[in-house]
Write a protein that binds this ligand. Structure first.
Ligand code: GTP
Ligand code: SPV
Ligand code: MN
Length: 582
């Protein structure tokens, strides 16, 4: 097979000359091809068959133990001008980066097949969607891209129709952490990734294209590419709302995106539907609202903690047609991870007999890959070419103290400040220390393809592009008490906070103004059938003035790290908060 797109044909040829594969295979995206690849991966030991009675078409992949998460210290933005990458990114000069990568890629596919994966991020017929081509020597990557994107012939046809595409070159190399780099060339619309087979490092349509490259394109073209879930909320009156929410990696997007409301809500007629769980591309529509698509077609979700109690919708979709990476296995070959209430592990994520002395049975960043269509709360709007109109944007993070359960921004610029200064504890989604509080603006710290100062400026500028921007909120499900226990029940109960947010968007609920934004009165959070001490809720909705004064100082120092590219509007909003605190 080949292509009528000359640029693509030339690039494939050039990559083959560099990497020297034994053969070249163009992925067509068909069902037959999927079966063929599964067979191949089983035969070479990359996949292990899970119990096909309980989990038909489910496979287990155990990674190299040193290749289980994103590697932020090895991820680079390679712009001509170093200042354009900003203090938020590691930078390398494009020329130096190309030289380094050419050295690594030279001859790396000898004895291997080179797979060409044309893919489309977003519905094939959506004007908001964009195409890319990933070249890889990993059939595991092919199977994951098959679930996570619209890949194969339809994407290739669109590329041939439109011309443009993002070039992504990937090789697992020798999986050597010392020969591992994830390079982005936003000005060339290209990505080069070497030495890792893990999700965010290797499925180039996801973080590399749909966030780092797309955020750069979005800035130039006047839209937003964000690390956000998209959730549909239908009220008992039958009104359909959509919200987009940015939480850092492993901080609750997948869970909120497919939440099952408490029983009383279901009885009253509230309905939740899932449009996306990780990435959101938003554009101003003619009506002045932001219209959003989920560029992905599947979920690459955190397994540990997923249970009937926390996320029954996720659990329900994982019984068929799912790739599990780095989970444990039960005696009878079923997947297992910490938090699953039934079954026990027999072998751990390294394939050893399970022994608690070795740590968790499943890696804390073990993941499932599954088609979004398998989710019981799947929204057909996921296929909509126009996307869905967003009523509210929510920012959140893991903060054990300080940040209230929910707050509403006074205005758009205040909302941008809120998003820009979110802090969160680090998680196992990236290598490095876990549980360290760091600022993770808009949950984009690892994913923004350019200078944060310019990025915040772009957010502020959205006001000039859209007259009916969403309201902005912050949430925090992760406050802890003196005993280190979560104070808010979270998961399905988060619906109670969503109800307040919708009430605010429709002007049906009051709020009290505080220095840090509008907060609910305790009485305005629906606590029907909620087993919770109201004094605790009160605490979650209290503004600790002294602690916030300290926070304001820390935020000011943080913003100043980004120099004169930070929009003055953020300092003005911060001053307003400071003055209000007294
Ligand atoms: P990425 O895929 O890495 O971008 O992460 P994500 O934001 O989709 O995170 P996910 O929903 O997978 O949640 C990760 C962890 O947070 C899991 O262990 C969840 O159990 C936990 N979590 C999610 N929602 C809540 C909540 O409301 N309360 C508490 N306490 N934990 C939660
Ligand atoms: C994240 O780390 O935010 C993820 C998983 O969603 S990965 O695709 O590896 O980036
Ligand atoms: Mn993510």
């Amino acid at each position: 097979m080949s292509t009528t797109n000359q640029a693509l044909a030339d690039w494939v040829k050039q990559v083959a000359e560099l990497t020297q594969p034994d053969s070249i295979y163009w992925c067509d995206g068909s069902e037959a091809e999927k079966q063929k690849f599964n067979k191949m991966l089983l035969a070479d030991g990359t996949f292990k068959k899970l119990n096909q009675d309980t989990h038909p078409d489910c496979y287990l992949h155990l990674s190299d133990p040193q290749d289980v998460a994103r590697v932020e210290h090895l991820t680079f933005i390679c712009t001509e001008n170093e200042a354009d990458a900003g203090p938020n990114n590691h930078w390398m000069a494009p020329e130096a980066a190309h030289e380094k990568m050419d050295g690594l890629f030279a001859g790396c596919m000898r004895g291997r097949t080179m797979y060409v994966i044309p893919y489309c991020m977003g519905p094939i017929d959506s004007p908001i969607a964009r195409c890319g081509v990933e070249i890889t020597d990993s059939a595991y990557v092919v199977q994951n891209m098959r679930l996570m994107t619209r890949m194969g012939d339809a994407a290739l046809a669109r590329i041939e129709r439109e011309g443009g595409f993002v070039k992504g070159l990937h090789s697992i190399g020798e999986l050597d952490p010392d020969r591992r780099f994830i390079m982005h060339f936003p000005e060339e619309l290209s990505i080069q990734s070497f030495g890792s087979g893990y999700g965010g490092n290797a499925l180039l349509g996801k973080k590399c294209h749909a966030l780092r490259i797309a955020s750069y394109q979005a800035k130039t073209e006047g839209w937003l590419a964000e690390h956000m879930l998209i959730l549909g909320i239908k009220t008992p009156a039958g009104t359909q709302h959509y919200v987009a929410a940015a939480f850092p990696s492993a901080c609750g997007k997948t869970n909120l995106a497919m939440l099952i409301p408490p029983e009383g809500y279901v009885k009253d007629g509230w309905e939740i539907s899932t449009v996306g769980d990780d990435i959101c591309w938003m554009r101003p529509g003619e009506d002045g609202r932001l219209w959003a698509i989920n560029p992905e077609a599947g979920f690459f979700g955190v397994a540990p903690g997923t249970s009937k109690g926390t996320n029954p919708n996720a659990l329900a979709m994982l019984y068929k047609d799912t790739i599990f990476t780095n989970v444990a296995e039960t005696e009878d070959g079923q997947p297992w991870w910490e938090g699953l209430d039934d079954r026990t592990p027999k072998t751990d994520w390294k394939g050893r007999p399970f022994d608690a002395a070795n740590g968790p049975a499943a890696h804390p960043n073990s993941r499932f890959t599954v088609s979004a269509k398998r989710c019981p709360s799947y929204s057909p709007e996921m296929e909509s070419a126009t996307g869905v109109p967003i009523d509210a944007i929510i920012f959140g993070g893991r903060r054990a103290s300080l940040v209230p359960l929910v707050a509403e921004a006074r205005n758009w610029n205040h909302g941008v400040l809120m998003g820009a200064t979110v802090a969160s504890e680090t998680t196992a989604a990236a290598t490095g220390a876990v549980g360290v509080v760091r600022r993770d603006p808009m949950a984009m710290k690892p994913f923004c393809g350019y200078h944060f100062g310019d990025y915040w400026g772009h957010w502020v500028d959205m006001q000039t592009k859209a007259d009916h921007l969403p309201k902005v909120f912050t949430v925090n499900w992760f406050r802890k008490n003196d005993q280190g226990k979560f104070m808010w029940p979270g998961f399905g109960e988060n619906m109670r906070v969503l109800e307040w947010i919708i009430g605010r968007c429709t002007d049906q609920l009051q709020a009290r103004e505080t220095a840090i934004g509008y907060l609910p009165e305790v009485k305005d959070i629906n606590t029907d059938n909620l087993d919770m001490d109201l004094a605790v809720l009160e605490q979650l909705l209290t503004v600790d003035v002294d602690a916030w004064k300290t926070e304001v100082n820390s935020v000011e120092a943080f913003l100043k790290e980004y120099g004169d590219r930070v929009p003055s509007a953020l300092f003005e909003e911060l001053l307003a908060v400071d003055n209000h605190l007294g």
